[in-house]
Design a protein around this ligand. Sequence first.
Ligand code: AMP
Ligand code: MG
Length: 348
Amino acid sequence: MKLLLQAVCILLCILPLSSACSMINRKTDSQKDTYSTEFFAMNTVMYIEAAGEDSEEAVLAGCEKIYELEAMLSRTDPKSEISKLNAEAGVREVTVSEETFQLLNNAVLVCQDTGGAFDITIAPIMDLWGFSGSEYRVPEAEEIAETLGVVDYNGLVLDPTDFGVLFAGKGMSVDLGAIAKGYASDCVLEIMKGFDIDSALINLGGNVCVYGRKSSGEGFRVAIADPTHPTTYAGILEVSDLSIITSGGYERYFEEDGKRYIHIMDPKTGKPAESDLLSVSIVGPDGIRCDALSTALFVMGKEAAIEYWRDHRDFGCILVVSETEVLASRDLEGVFTVTEGKTLQFFD
Ligand code: AMP
Ligand code: MG
């Protein structure tokens, strides 16, 4: 008998574990065809669930892919392709795997299309503010100005003939933190679809991807975290076969002298983005695009984010503006609702 996943309501905020944990696998007796696992990877808690004949094999294969990607893309593991590439910045061209090359290439296209609001060469700025580790600090203006000199995606030269990557200058480095989880969810889903499964739910630290529908035919119910009270939610999306990816300052920040410094940077200033948005959620078929755009549109701010949506319209967009005010693109009308006490306005 084929069982579909039950209704799922996932908060897009999972409390991070303090240290790497082993996998927690679950297979409930009442739902023999449903298998799930929770584990720690890419600095966050991840959860993968599938329903169907091969649910266990599918979930474990997906999980394996996450670990493979982590080993490939990590900026802290000196053995990763990205670390090796960063180490040769301004020195020589490095040949990377086709997968890493395509990922960099896709990322650069978003950098160009967002006018640099999204910039994967932001890494030195992340280091400067201490976001690459946990020793946060507010740098001096001169340090920021100097570091910004090596932040420019145009300085990343990609040669498709041999998957060669060359940084124009020393000190440059890439940080794929803004797209890695979205890309990972695309890869995991692709692998899982190769098995006999009816539905799947992939939640990589709040970046959610849902596949298939419940037996009732309804879509999954995915909650959008409330940035002002991140353990509760601001609204619910009822969707299927889509990724839902959120960026917001509330996800990671430090405070000094009463001021909050968030982990999403404005590449133009080298400082945490002074966005007039509390969070941006992007809904679409490609996790990688949703992830990149959630970060980029957060940096852009309300007006430019709406303009960007108007110019593209190939994704849905939820903008949490304040504790009570939520905006969403018109395509989400009928599938997105907000919780009591909040107002929702659609834009065209
Ligand atoms: P996300 O949670 O997807 O918005 O990604 C945030 C992460 O992306 C940060 O922790 C940094 O690693 C990286 N990042 C921060 N600001 C930017 C930016 N403007 N463009 C690209 N990546 C960024
Ligand atoms: Mg992102």
